[in-house]
Design a protein around this ligand. Structure first.
Ligand SMILES: [Zn+2]
Length: 430
């Protein structure tokens, strides 16, 4: 591989993806601002102008902040690679650590130092987003104390889980010869499948309380619906999302014994029993259509292709040189290769994000249709309006921005797909 060609292609991908992101964000801002002062006619009687304006202002603030964040991340990426940041860090860690802790110790410390620096650079953005942006719109509920405790917990978890996994990857790269990437892919696949059981059952409860539904009348309805849909009756949980944010949500996760539907307490409080049933039916629709299994299968295919590519790249001196690192002759370059690969891939992959976003939106339409068939469409519409209002999601996003960035279709599109284009007919929401 020619290092100059790689440098040029990488720079072009970083620049092009940044420009496309800017262009999409400005389109989104123009579109939302132009519709800020009038609720779309189909929603005139169900959505107060004040809520519509708040959604517009929140969307605008997030888009502005997103532009700053994207520009900063691209600058950091170029500093790490073409400007020689990783090369410098690699030299320092190699000379400081390798003589004492050997090859594996050096590689683990290198990745650890890289992750730590990246996290420190991101921290101001996360702090601003949580304590300024979310706060300004009345969404933030997290205290500084809880924020710090979350940070400590995730750091410890990252070390306890991430370090052994990384050591295993590096060992496989070293020990299994030219076909290491097949072994590494297999190991990562086992790890990811295990994570789908371990995260909902043991990790998520470290951060939130998950409780079964308390209200007996609701329990009966939930169980009846689950039975109708052929779903295990014990998989319904309420999560104390209100500890951190006023946003409300419901989601599905896990497989086997870990399969579950989770409602935020914030959402539960807002919905009537009928609406709750409609949202639950939507989540069950995701299981009925095997969306998790399909997503996992797709991920396995893509990660195998990714590992095959990395397997080839690690043998190419041009791969390192083209991304600003001089490979070592007397030390392992595997950790460096992993880091370069994880940095170089996203600017190229950005251009396939519309494909993944559209698959995800198709899943949402399927789940909505399932909810319409197993519960009630008007209830789902009322619930969706509450959900979108609680999250200040705009009803009037830019269509092209949606194609790139939205994993869920805008409420207006979902409601139209349910065959209830004139929402005024579903009755008052608040
Ligand atoms: Zn969904």
């Amino acid at each position: 591989m020619n290092p100059v060609v790689l440098s040029l292609a990488f720079s072009a991908a970083v620049l092009a993806s940044l420009l496309v992101k800017f262009w999409l964000a400005t389109r989104q801002m123009r579109h939302v601002a132009a519709h800020r002062d009038a609720v779309p006619t189909a929603y005139a009687s169900v959505l107060p102008l004040e809520a519509h304006r708040k959604a517009a202002d929140y969307t605008l603030a997030k888009a502005r902040f997103g532009i700053v964040g994207d520009a900063f991340s691209s600058a950091v990426l170029i500093c790490w690679t073409l400007m020689g940041g990783l090369n410098w860090l690699n030299d320092e860690v190699l000379s400081l650590v390798a003589p004492h802790w050997g090859s594996m110790g050096y590689q683990l410390v290198l990745v650890g130092a890289f992750v730590l620096i990246g996290a420190l650079l991101d921290l101001p953005f996360d702090l601003y987003s949580t304590f300024r942006l979310e706060q300004r719109f009345g969404f933030n509920r997290i205290t500084p104390r809880l924020y710090v405790s979350d940070l400590l917990k995730s750091t410890v978890l990252g070390l306890v889980i991430g370090a052994p996994l990384l050591a295993l990857m590096l060992w496989l790269m070293q020990a299994t010869g030219a076909s290491w990437w097949v072994w590494a892919w297999g190991a990562l696949t086992v790890f990811q499948l295990a994570a789908m059981v371990v995260i909902p059952m043991w990790i998520a409860p470290l951060f939130n309380k998950f409780e079964p539904l308390a209200d007996a009348a609701l329990v009966a309805r939930v169980q009846a619906l689950m039975q109708r849909c052929g779903f295990r009756a014990k998989g319904f949980f309420v999560m104390d999302g209100s500890r951190r944010s006023a946003h409300s949500n419901a989601y599905f996760t896990g497989f086997g014994a870990a399969k579950r539907v989770v409602f935020y307490d914030t959402l539960l409080k807002r919905l009537s029993a009928d609406e709750l049933e409609a949202v639950l039916a939507h989540e069950l629709g995701h299981f009925a259509h095997r969306h998790i299994a399909k997503r996992v299968a797709l991920m396995l295919v893509f990660s195998l292709a990714g590992f095959a590519l990395l397997g080839w790249l690690t043998t190419q001196t041009g791969f390192y040189l083209g991304l600003g690192v001089t490979p070592k002759l007397l030390a392992s370059n595997n950790a460096v290769a992993l880091l370069l690969f994880m940095m170089a891939l996203p600017p190229f992959l950005f251009f396939v994000t519309p494909l993944f976003a559209s698959l995800s939106r198709r899943d949402e339409y399927q789940a909505d249709a399932y909810a319409r068939d197993h519960a009630n469409a008007a209830d789902l519409v009322r619930a969706l309006l509450k959900l979108y209002e609680d999250n200040a999601s705009t009803l009037t996003p830019d269509p092209l921005f949606v194609r790139f960035h939205y994993s869920h279709p805008p409420a207006s599109a979902r409601i139209a797909a349910l065959g209830l284009a004139d929402v005024n007919l579903v009755g008052a929401v608040a």
